[in-house]
Design a protein around this ligand. Structure first.
Ligand code: MGD
Ligand code: MGD
Ligand code: SF4
Ligand code: MO
Length: 779
């Protein structure tokens, strides 16, 4: 057995340190993972890992994982050479754009793009090289409302206030289930361990969720009706203002819009929102006072708050509560990180990179752009609706939108009609089966790793580099190499551009790809040591040349900003890749510290408490506030859920992770089940505006009456995939019934929660009962 190799698990946001040993398979040749354990010496996760980390082994050894390019010919897939694959992809993209214009090519970037260092660095240049407005990503089925609030209130889309869970006394958590998800927009090794310390030190944590989740069971829990958060948050603020317990603390004099916010929430008396939230006015009043009285408190809202009809306005109100109780930029409140690669600092001088909203709108439905992307809920209609600007081709990178975006069946239909589609992915799955060509990258253990993005949203400043553990198989390509090759092919048209690209290659080669770029970023960052020219031999002339080329412009600007970045005083420790390699467990760089004054990106340096985009939306929410009354029989609200052993749609091909009882069930409260005359294990038909699915029932006391819950990421029964284990536990896809028209209309984020559905027993009860009885007798 080998010495343990220390690295970061990149499967979720928690960035756990793992110790991996390797050996040889029975054939005596093939390297395999012999064990994966938590790394006790990792300063961030201190030995904690979750069950999912075994997925790293499964992925590495999965015979279904693709290694070489595939081309669809008729109904068959043929393995082809990389040269042929790149040639055909280039031709396919060029043909679409020549015949139908630049916007006819779309790009979808899935979630693992940002869990992969090379892809994080090299996906953006390829997206720009397309010159298309039709760029999409998992952001608009996820955290977009938080990024919009960060942009509106603090002036930068990545100035995300992170809950300081290590130091808070009082946490109000809405729509998150870290016991399953291991935390999101609060990257933390062992998040549950850290959260439990809050109550151990005498503090409080209250979870507001329509389901008494695994997290809620560890703390205080309050049911809230799906999509009721906006009313709860507005009433909470109303109490703070009415009872005069507002205190800006250190932010005094650095906030605008306090009176506007006060007026905006004036109409939300706690009594008014009881029906819409399912929470008593008394509870809201009491909790608001307790929160305001706590020395260090933080309100935190996540998936359940973002991906629902009032996600945009709710994300704003969460931040507003933290501001008006003096808990922003204060220890134990919501704070801003100082990561070793300071993405905010690197981009804050460029208005375009700080973020954008509503510069243009989607062609068919007119939904707003965010950060150069359109909401993924419009992707299918942009493919299906003829006319100038219709999408005719698609690149997907590390995404499975057929299972992960609303109305997956409509998207399937749309993908089937595309002129050209290429997927950069190592699985032949529900989405990539529609591609004409699949370009599979190396697996996670076969390349170096550093979390650029998740360190930007982590509860502590840390840095760790994981070099590749396994040699990639011969003649395979990393994500960044695939992305760079395509970018070059689409950009180098004239002899002059070709010459410049030759130089770009030389620079990237000299830097040894992502590793060298990371090294530059670390060295020129706040913990590095070099000011001024941090670039190994990248001449100023070359940068000037690159800046003249639109596709390379972004890269060149990034390089230039690196050159300009000067280390912040006091923090520099000479951080570099070499230093991280010498410290394989990672380095702790200290807790989050106040620093908003230096970092805020708004024009006047003040926090904007009441950005104008939110006010009409809040008023509309008030006008549309549900007034209660009994729902008709069979009418319910659908929400999602995650399981600790799942990872969106793509770890279902790992046997150790999927074995055990079926998790693709619909949770129903026993009271509702009795009314529906349905029992555990029987099947329910769940119908929304866009379609229906049939799914087994799991009775559950923990779900709010009137609400049902279904996990997403299943539905592996589709023909023509290569997922032998997932196919055997196919389940059904929740996103076959989520509705592409059901949105947070402010931001365009898909509302994957709070969806009105009708439920009924799928099979005639008599038949089901008889079958069960026979089975029992046989036993
Ligand atoms: N095991 C596992 N871990 C994961 C993932 C995974 O698929 N599996 N995915 C990763 C990804 S990509 C992300 S973004 C994170 C997400 O991490 P979290 O934000 O923690 O997401 P969920 O676990 O989905 O928790 C959302 C909660 O919101 C509740 N909810 C639904 N509707 C409402 C509502 O209207 N109001 C309120 N207050 N609550 C509501 C749900 O019941 C659920 O408990 O997890 C990451 N980690
Ligand atoms: N109903 C409902 N739908 C949801 C959610 C929900 O809570 N409810 N959650 C949403 C959220 S938060 C998210 S983030 C999205 C996720 O949506 P997506 O990102 O579209 O989907 P994933 O299931 O994460 O698929 C990831 C794909 O990336 C591939 N992959 C993994 N690693 C790599 C890599 O290193 N390189 C490359 N090239 N490919 C790789 C996998 O094979 C898989 O095909 O789903 C969203 N959909
Ligand atoms: S919580 Fe689990 S999946 Fe997430 S990084 Fe840690 S070990 Fe990996
Ligand atoms: Mo996500």
């Amino acid at each position: 057995m080998s010495q343990p190799h220390f690295r970061t698990c990149n499967l979720c946001e928690a960035m756990c340190g793992v110790a991996i040993t390797t050996g040889l398979d029975l054939d005596g040749e093939t390297p395999i993972v012999t064990s994966i354990k938590g790394d006790d010496a990792d300063p961030f996760s201190r030995g904690h890992v979750c069950a999912k980390t075994i997925g790293l082994k499964s992925l590495h050894e999965d015979p279904d994982r693709l290694r070489y390019p595939l081309k669809r010919v008729g109904g068959e897939w043929q393995e082809i050479s990389w040269d042929q694959a790149f040639d055909e992809v280039e031709q396919g993209i060029r043909r679409v754009q020549r015949e139908h214009g630049h916007h006819a090519m779309a790009f979808y970037a899935g979630n693992p793009t940002v869990h992969n260092l090379g892809a994080t660095l090299f996906a953006a240049p390829l997206m720009s090289a397309l010159h298309s407005r039709n760029k999409f990503s998992a952001t608009s089925v996820d955290q977009l409302p938080h990024m919009l609030a960060a942009l509106q209130m603090f002036g930068h889309q990545l100035m995300l206030p992170i809950p300081d869970i290590d130091n808070t006394d009082f946490m109000l958590m809405l729509g998150a289930n870290p016991a399953a998800s291991n935390g999101s927009l609060m990257s933390a090794g062992d998040p549950m361990g850290r959260l439990k310390k809050i109550t151990e030190r005498g503090g409080r944590l209250i979870v507001l969720d329509p389901r008494r989740t695994e997290t809620a069971k560890c703390f205080e829990h309050q049911f809230i009706k799906p999509a009721g958060d906006v009313y709860f948050l507005a009433a909470f603020l109303n109490v703070l203002f009415t009872d005069n317990v507002v205190s800006l603390g250190e932010l005094k004099g650095r906030v605008t819009g306090l009176e506007v916010l006060k007026a905006a929430v004036a109409a939300f008396e706690p009594e008014d929102v009881e029906a819409a939230t399912g929470i008593s006015a008394d509870w809201i009043r009491r909790t608001a006072h307790e929160f305001a009285a706590a020395e260090r408190a933080v309100c935190y809202g996540r998936m359940g708050v973002c991906t629902q009809p009032w996600g945009g306005v709710s994300a704003w109100l969460v931040n507003a509560i933290n501001v008006v109780t003096g808990n922003v930029d204060a220890p134990g409140g919501a704070m801003f990180t100082h990561p070793a690669v300071d993405l905010v600092g690197l981009t804050s001088s460029s208005p375009a990179l700080r973020g954008s909203f509503n510069r243009y709108r989607s062609r068919v439905r007119g939904l707003p752009e965010f950060n150069g992307e359109l909401p993924v809920a419009v992707m299918a209609e942009e493919m299906l609706t003829p006319g100038q600007g219709q999408i005719r081709g698609l690149i997907t990178h590390a995404g499975n939108p057929v299972l992960s975006t609303p109305n997956g069946r409509q998207l399937e239909e749309a993908l089937g009609g595309l002129d050209f589609m290429v997927s950069i992915d190592f699985y032949l799955n529900e989405t990539t089966r529609h591609a004409h060509i699949i370009l599979p990258p190396t697996g996670p253990l076969e390349h170096g790793h550093y979390d650029l993005l998740f360190n930007t949203i982590a509860v502590r400043n840390v840095a760790k580099y994981s070099p590749a553990l396994m040699e990639p198989a011969e003649n395979t390509r990393h994500d960044w190499q695939i992305l760079l090759e395509l970018t070059e092919r689409l950009s180098a048209n004239t002899p002059m551009e070709k010459a410049v690209w030759k130089r770009v290659r030389q620079v990237v080669d000299r830097l040894n790809g992502p590793e060298g770029i990371l090294d530059l970023m670390l060295q020129s960052g706040p913990y590095g040591h070099r000011a001024g020219n941090a670039l190994h031999g990248v001449s100023s002339t070359l940068l000037t040349l690159l800046e003249k080329l639109p596709p390379a412009r972004k890269l060149a600007r990034q390089f230039r900003q690196l050159q300009l970045a000067t280390p912040a005083s006091g923090k520099a420790i000479g951080l570099s890749v070499a230093m991280l390699k010498a410290n394989p467990h990672g380095l702790d760089l200290g807790p989050m510290e106040p620093g908003l004054r230096q970092r805020i990106c708004t024009p006047d340096g003040k926090v904007l408490l009441a950005p104008h985009i939110y006010l009409p939306e809040l008023e509309r929410a008030r006008q549309e506030m549900p007034q209660g009354g009994k729902a008709k029989k069979g009418e319910m609200l659908l929400i999602g859920r995650r399981h600790i052993r799942s990872n969106n749609s793509w770890l279902h091909n790992s046997l150790p992770l999927v074995k055990g009882k079926n998790r693709c069930t619909v949770m129903v409260n026993p009271a509702d089940a009795a009314a529906l005359k349905v029992q555990e294990g029987e099947e329910l038909r769940v119908t929304s505006r866009v379609g229906d699915i049939v799914i087994p029932v799991e009775l559950c006391e923990d779900i709010m009456p009137g609400v049902i819950s279904i996990p997403h990421g299943f539905g592996h029964h589709r023909e023509g995939t290569q997922l032998s284990i997932a196919e055997g536990r196919a389940g059904v896809s929740m996103n076959d019934i989520t509705d592409e028209q059901w949105l947070d209309s402010l931001s365009g984020t898909a509302a994957l929660n709070g969806i009105p559905v009708k439920v009924s027993l799928a099979n005639p009860p008599a038949k089901v009962k008889r079958v069960r009885k026979v089975k029992v007798e046989r036993v």
